[in-house]
Design a protein. Structure first.
Length: 180
Protein backbone atom coordinates (compact mmCIF):
# COMPACT_ATOMS: atom_id res chain seq x y z
CA UNK A 1 0.00 0.00 0.00
CA UNK A 2 1.25 3.46 -0.89
CA UNK A 3 0.51 5.96 1.88
CA UNK A 4 0.22 9.62 0.90
CA UNK A 5 -0.44 12.66 3.07
CA UNK A 6 -3.59 14.34 1.77
CA UNK A 7 -5.73 17.24 2.91
CA UNK A 8 -8.62 16.04 5.08
CA UNK A 9 -11.00 17.71 2.65
CA UNK A 10 -9.36 16.29 -0.51
CA UNK A 11 -11.56 14.22 -2.84
CA UNK A 12 -9.92 10.87 -2.00
CA UNK A 13 -10.01 11.54 1.75
CA UNK A 14 -13.65 12.64 1.60
CA UNK A 15 -14.61 9.51 -0.36
CA UNK A 16 -13.08 7.28 2.31
CA UNK A 17 -14.47 9.37 5.18
CA UNK A 18 -17.95 8.98 3.64
CA UNK A 19 -17.38 5.21 3.54
CA UNK A 20 -16.28 5.05 7.19
CA UNK A 21 -19.27 7.17 8.19
CA UNK A 22 -21.53 4.69 6.38
CA UNK A 23 -19.77 1.89 8.28
CA UNK A 24 -20.68 3.69 11.53
CA UNK A 25 -24.30 3.95 10.37
CA UNK A 26 -24.35 0.21 9.66
CA UNK A 27 -22.80 -0.70 13.01
CA UNK A 28 -24.18 2.00 15.33
CA UNK A 29 -27.23 3.37 13.54
CA UNK A 30 -25.73 6.83 12.97
CA UNK A 31 -22.55 8.52 11.73
CA UNK A 32 -19.84 9.79 14.07
CA UNK A 33 -20.88 13.31 15.05
CA UNK A 34 -17.53 14.24 16.62
CA UNK A 35 -16.64 17.69 15.30
CA UNK A 36 -13.66 17.71 12.94
CA UNK A 37 -12.11 20.65 11.14
CA UNK A 38 -9.87 19.94 8.13
CA UNK A 39 -7.34 22.45 9.51
CA UNK A 40 -6.78 20.14 12.53
CA UNK A 41 -5.21 17.57 10.21
CA UNK A 42 -2.60 19.90 8.70
CA UNK A 43 1.05 19.76 9.79
CA UNK A 44 2.50 20.47 12.24
CA UNK A 45 -0.61 19.87 14.39
CA UNK A 46 -1.96 16.89 12.50
CA UNK A 47 -1.82 14.86 9.33
CA UNK A 48 -4.21 12.78 7.26
CA UNK A 49 -3.00 9.76 5.28
CA UNK A 50 -4.70 8.00 2.38
CA UNK A 51 -3.62 4.50 1.38
CA UNK A 52 -3.65 3.45 -2.26
CA UNK A 53 -3.57 0.03 -3.90
CA UNK A 54 -2.97 0.28 -7.65
CA UNK A 55 -3.75 4.01 -7.43
CA UNK A 56 -7.18 3.32 -5.88
CA UNK A 57 -7.85 4.88 -2.46
CA UNK A 58 -8.59 2.03 -0.03
CA UNK A 59 -7.61 3.25 3.44
CA UNK A 60 -7.33 6.37 5.55
CA UNK A 61 -6.46 7.63 9.01
CA UNK A 62 -5.30 10.83 10.55
CA UNK A 63 -4.23 12.40 13.79
CA UNK A 64 -4.83 15.76 15.39
CA UNK A 65 -2.93 17.36 18.26
CA UNK A 66 -4.31 17.84 21.77
CA UNK A 67 -2.65 19.18 24.89
CA UNK A 68 -3.23 19.32 28.62
CA UNK A 69 -5.12 22.61 28.47
CA UNK A 70 -8.01 20.65 26.91
CA UNK A 71 -10.21 18.52 29.18
CA UNK A 72 -9.22 14.83 29.32
CA UNK A 73 -5.99 15.24 27.32
CA UNK A 74 -2.31 15.40 28.26
CA UNK A 75 0.40 17.59 26.79
CA UNK A 76 1.70 15.88 23.66
CA UNK A 77 -1.42 13.83 22.85
CA UNK A 78 -2.35 12.95 19.27
CA UNK A 79 -5.88 11.70 18.63
CA UNK A 80 -6.37 9.02 15.96
CA UNK A 81 -9.38 9.75 13.74
CA UNK A 82 -11.13 8.13 10.78
CA UNK A 83 -9.08 4.91 10.76
CA UNK A 84 -10.60 2.88 7.92
CA UNK A 85 -9.77 0.17 5.40
CA UNK A 86 -12.29 -0.51 2.62
CA UNK A 87 -13.91 -3.96 2.85
CA UNK A 88 -12.35 -5.19 -0.43
CA UNK A 89 -8.86 -4.41 0.92
CA UNK A 90 -9.26 -5.97 4.37
CA UNK A 91 -7.38 -9.04 5.55
CA UNK A 92 -4.01 -7.92 4.13
CA UNK A 93 -2.50 -6.23 7.18
CA UNK A 94 -3.17 -2.75 5.82
CA UNK A 95 -4.71 -1.47 9.05
CA UNK A 96 -1.57 -2.34 11.01
CA UNK A 97 0.59 -0.66 8.34
CA UNK A 98 -1.63 2.43 8.39
CA UNK A 99 -1.67 2.63 12.19
CA UNK A 100 2.12 2.42 12.34
CA UNK A 101 2.46 5.20 9.74
CA UNK A 102 0.08 7.50 11.62
CA UNK A 103 1.99 6.84 14.85
CA UNK A 104 5.32 7.62 13.15
CA UNK A 105 3.90 10.86 11.76
CA UNK A 106 2.62 11.98 15.16
CA UNK A 107 5.87 11.03 16.91
CA UNK A 108 7.91 12.90 14.28
CA UNK A 109 5.80 15.99 15.04
CA UNK A 110 6.71 15.69 18.73
CA UNK A 111 3.53 14.02 19.95
CA UNK A 112 4.13 11.63 22.85
CA UNK A 113 0.91 9.62 23.13
CA UNK A 114 -1.71 8.41 20.65
CA UNK A 115 -5.26 8.30 22.02
CA UNK A 116 -8.39 6.99 20.33
CA UNK A 117 -12.04 6.19 20.76
CA UNK A 118 -13.75 3.18 19.22
CA UNK A 119 -16.77 1.08 20.10
CA UNK A 120 -17.82 -2.41 21.03
CA UNK A 121 -19.42 -2.87 17.60
CA UNK A 122 -15.90 -2.79 16.12
CA UNK A 123 -14.23 -5.80 17.78
CA UNK A 124 -11.66 -6.09 15.00
CA UNK A 125 -10.54 -2.51 15.70
CA UNK A 126 -10.27 -3.22 19.42
CA UNK A 127 -8.22 -6.35 18.67
CA UNK A 128 -5.89 -4.33 16.42
CA UNK A 129 -5.31 -1.67 19.06
CA UNK A 130 -4.75 -4.15 21.89
CA UNK A 131 -2.35 -6.22 19.77
CA UNK A 132 -0.49 -3.00 18.88
CA UNK A 133 0.22 -2.13 22.50
CA UNK A 134 -2.70 0.16 23.28
CA UNK A 135 -4.11 0.16 26.81
CA UNK A 136 -7.58 1.22 28.03
CA UNK A 137 -7.88 4.80 29.32
CA UNK A 138 -10.75 6.93 30.70
CA UNK A 139 -13.17 8.33 28.15
CA UNK A 140 -12.94 11.70 26.43
CA UNK A 141 -14.90 13.69 23.89
CA UNK A 142 -18.44 13.52 22.61
CA UNK A 143 -19.12 9.83 23.33
CA UNK A 144 -17.44 9.55 26.76
CA UNK A 145 -20.76 8.65 28.44
CA UNK A 146 -21.82 6.09 25.83
CA UNK A 147 -21.72 2.57 27.31
CA UNK A 148 -20.45 1.06 24.05
CA UNK A 149 -17.50 3.44 23.68
CA UNK A 150 -13.97 2.29 24.44
CA UNK A 151 -10.88 4.45 24.77
CA UNK A 152 -7.23 3.50 24.33
CA UNK A 153 -3.78 5.07 24.35
CA UNK A 154 -0.22 4.11 23.53
CA UNK A 155 3.03 5.84 24.44
CA UNK A 156 4.64 6.72 21.12
CA UNK A 157 8.09 6.35 22.67
CA UNK A 158 7.55 2.60 23.04
CA UNK A 159 7.99 0.20 20.12
CA UNK A 160 4.71 -0.95 18.63
CA UNK A 161 3.76 -4.48 19.63
CA UNK A 162 3.32 -7.02 16.87
CA UNK A 163 0.53 -9.56 16.87
CA UNK A 164 2.97 -12.31 17.80
CA UNK A 165 4.46 -10.40 20.75
CA UNK A 166 1.02 -9.35 21.90
CA UNK A 167 -0.08 -13.00 22.03
CA UNK A 168 2.87 -13.81 24.27
CA UNK A 169 1.85 -11.12 26.78
CA UNK A 170 -0.96 -11.14 29.27
CA UNK A 171 -4.55 -10.99 28.08
CA UNK A 172 -6.19 -7.60 28.52
CA UNK A 173 -9.95 -7.76 28.87
CA UNK A 174 -11.99 -4.76 27.80
CA UNK A 175 -15.44 -4.59 29.33
CA UNK A 176 -18.15 -5.48 26.84
CA UNK A 177 -15.80 -7.02 24.29
CA UNK A 178 -15.13 -10.71 23.91
CA UNK A 179 -11.40 -11.49 23.79
CA UNK A 180 -10.21 -12.42 20.30
Amino acid sequence: MDLVARAYDSADAQQLIAEVQQEYVTRYGEPDATPTDPVEFQPPLGEFLVGYLNETPVACAGWRAHDGDEPDFLDGDAELKRMYVAPAARGRGLSRQLLAAVERSAAAAGRRRMVLETGTMQPEAIALYLSSGYLPIPGFGLYREEPGSRYFARDLGQPQATSSTARKGSLITVAGVNPV
